[in-house]
Write a protein that binds this ligand. Structure first.
Ligand SMILES: Nc1ncnc2c1ncn2[C@@H]1O[C@H](COP(=O)(O)OP(=O)(O)OP(=O)(O)O)[C@@H](O)[C@H]1O
Ligand SMILES: [Zn+2]
Length: 645
């Protein structure tokens, strides 16, 4: 039961909800039913059919309409007397300025991407408005509270990024199915159907074939008069037969690995492919390109079946033929899309054939699609639980009940019989460049690196700036904005093409750049250090930023993709820390174990720890034998459990 004080706080609050998707729909409903009366919603999207299974405020008839607006109307139907304002827009738009954010008592995020979350974090820091941040991935979920000066900000902790793989693992020595998927999708599919001008490592580096990439360039071209079956068979033999033979020639590679087996198509499918439903190539006037399917024409129905090598070979050939015959116009421009059935069929088949060659278990199209599209299926219940937790935390924030703030993690499997794991928030990280304004350092070859690379790879991608401005001392070297005159735009464009050392005010070793984003009201200093060489694989940007919190790469053991929707932190990174005897557990991010004693008020050394004026990091977990335990009284001195029947 909420207290009178809580009810008043809720009633008088003005809240901003960003995102009206899976979490957002649940959240808006829960806010309205909890007594909130002034709610703004921002969502840039329109409703899609695929949202309907869990975004329950939306119906079939709403497909194509604004999520924010439809969500508002749906909730007003059962709570007609509250104020809901819908903004169908990107939260990064300039209209959502720091001034706009200042109007709210708390911001509630139900977003699905890092970029927007970072942007909202910065605006909230500048506007001094607390955020309750959330994310879900299947059964996993989390709700975290961020209040300037009191808790860490959203960017104080590193965020997991999807795992990338060394090129040689993908091109030569795959050991997991996901490696075969990456090869099929990013190399083979891209080579056959994507932009031919893009560099592509689809060749095998054997000891004596230093110029093999040139030879391969010709091999992927369809020869004059070559029919699609013949072309498909030639590609098949090249990538699954000859390339593997060439790789086997590198004896050193296989000393401690299983040797792959070359696969040639005549051994698997000696006869010409005949489709069960006739040759669709002749039928190429049908316009609905996305409904074209090799599975359909081969009579393969169940996407959860694992195909045999023969079936995979047929799907490989048939999907290639269908691309050539029915989607020829797109060839050269295709980018893999998990919702493109034919693309998924091709990638599944190619990955499976490669897997067979390397002795890796094959997978169904359903599983392959999940891996290729980084899909973890959303669970409506997790969204509902998370939405409830957001409202609980928001209420505490409104009451300024700092000592009871919790970051809560929803687990997939009970840990000590608990599915919800509450943790006290950490203090601001003193080396966070966002909330603690820590200077950054960049090692770069200033004689080779263009300003464009610095802007794209560092300022935008790593620092998450939206409208950056870069200054060297008092000289402005780059700026984005609507109010620039043509001469300035031309000047900045010219600068982008110059290497750093050749800029009108040269950037060389020792230079201190100021990089700002006026919209986010964020400014940081970057000290430049000249460095000649970079490791292409480990430092693909050709630059090394430090003083910045590097995101760890995560990969689940079962080869499933990592974090869908780039949620804030994955639970697998949390380390429950047990103290001796008293049943207390502490969970801390990123695998850095700390003892409970270190988190007491005496601890000042750990940048994530408390410095004495915050609450200590103890988390009390009640020993119990119940199946599921939730904490029911967030305001009590010690959290108590409640049985879920
Ligand atoms: N920059 C942004 N500005 C406004 N809304 C955003 C922004 N980025 C993401 N969103 C919204 O956040 C919501 C996230 O919801 P959710 O994670 O359920 O994704 P979805 O797109 O609805 O579903 P799915 O991706 O699983 O098909 C989406 O409705 C999306 O439009
Ligand atoms: Zn921070």
């Amino acid at each position: 039961m909420a207290s009178e004080q809580q009810l008043q706080a809720v009633k008088n609050a003005k809240v901003l909800m960003v995102g009206a998707g899976g979490i957002g729909c649940e959240l808006l409903k829960t806010l309205a039913l909890s007594g909130f009366q002034d709610i703004h919603i921002i969502d840039m999207d329109t409703i899609e059919v695929s949202n309907l299974n869990r975004q329950f405020l939306f119906r079939q008839s709403h497909v194509g309409q604004s999520k924010a607006k439809v969500a508002r109307e749906a909730v007003l139907r059962f709570k007609p007397h509250i104020n809901i304002t819908a903004h169908h827009a990107n939260v990064k738009n300039p209209e959502f300025s720091v001034e706009f954010f200042k109007k709210f008592n708390v911001v509630l995020n139900g977003l699905d991407n890092l970029d927007a979350r970072r942007h909202v974090n910065r605006l909230c820091l500048a506007a001094e408005v607390p955020i309750v941040e959330s994310g879900t991935t299947g059964f996993l979920g989390q709700v975290t509270v961020h209040v300037k000066g009191k808790t860490e900000c959203y960017e104080c902790q590193p965020k997991p990024t999807p795992k990338t793989y060394p090129v040689c693992t993908i091109t030569s020595t795959p050991s997991k199915f996901v490696h075969c998927i990456v090869w099929a999708k990013d190399l083979l599919f891209a080579k056959l159907f994507g932009d031919k001008n893009l560099e592509n490592d689809l060749y095998v580096r054997s000891n004596d074939s230093s110029n093999s990439s040139e030879i391969v360039g010709d091999i992927f071209e369809r020869r004059e008069g070559e029919d699609s079956e013949k072309y498909g068979r030639r590609i098949y033999d090249h990538v699954f037969g000859h390339n593997i033979e060439a790789a086997l020639a590198n004896e050193d590679t296989w000393k401690n690995r299983n040797r792959p087996k070359p696969i040639y198509i005549d051994d698997v499918l000696p006869d010409k492919l005949v489709q069960q439903n006739g040759n669709l190539e002749k039928n190429s006037t049908v316009d609905d390109t996305l409904s074209v399917s090799a599975m359909t024409s081969l009579g393969l129905r169940n996407p959860q079946d694992v195909w045999s090598l023969v079936e995979n070979t047929k799907v490989f050939l048939e999907s290639l033929k269908l691309f050539l015959g029915k989607r020829g116009k797109e060839i050269g421009n295709l980018i893999f899309d998990k919702d493109d059935q034919l693309a998924v069929e091709f990638v599944t088949a190619a990955a499976n054939i490669r897997a067979a060659s390397f002795g890796i278990p094959m997978h169904s199209l359903f599983e392959a699609k999940g891996i290729a599209g980084n899909i973890i299926h959303a669970v409506a219940t997790t969204n509902a639980v998370v939405a409830g937790l957001i409202v609980i935390e928001a209420t505490k924030v409104l009451l300024n009940d700092v000592k009871n703030y919790r970051m809560t993690y929803c687990l997939e499997h009970p840990s000590r019989k608990m599915l919800l794991m509450p943790v006290e928030p950490f203090e601001p990280n003193k080396s966070c460049f966002v909330c603690s304004k820590t200077p950054l350092y960049l090692e770069v070859n200033t004689y080779h690196t263009k300003l464009r690379d610095f802007v794209e790879k560092i300022v935008k991608a790593k620092l998450g700036m939206n409208l950056p401005l870069i200054m060297n001392g008092s000289a402005l070297i780059y700026e984005v904005g609507d109010d620039l005159d043509e001469a300035m735009v031309a000047n900045y464009e010219a600068n982008l093409e110059k290497v750093l050392a050749d800029l009108p005010s040269p950037v060389t070793s020792g230079t201190r750049l100021t990089v700002e984003d006026l919209q986010q009201e964020l400014s940081c200093e970057i000290s430049i250090k000249q460095r000649e060489d970079f490791d292409e694989e480990k430092e693909p940007d050709g630059m090394l930023l430090s003083g910045w919190i590097q995101a760890p790469q995560v990969e689940k053991d079962d080869e499933k993709p990592v974090v869908q929707g780039e949620s804030t932190l994955v639970v697998s990174q949390l380390v429950p820390l047990e103290s001796e005897g008293n049943g207390e557990i502490e969970i801390i991010p990123s695998g850095t174990k700390r003892k409970l004693s270190q988190t007491s008020s005496a601890s000042t050394s750990n940048s994530c720890g408390t410095d004495g004026n915050g609450a200590d990091k103890k988390l009390q977990v009640i020993d119990d034998d119940d199946e599921i335990v939730v904490l029911n009284d967030w305001n009590s001195e010690t959290n108590k459990k409640k049985k879920v029947l």
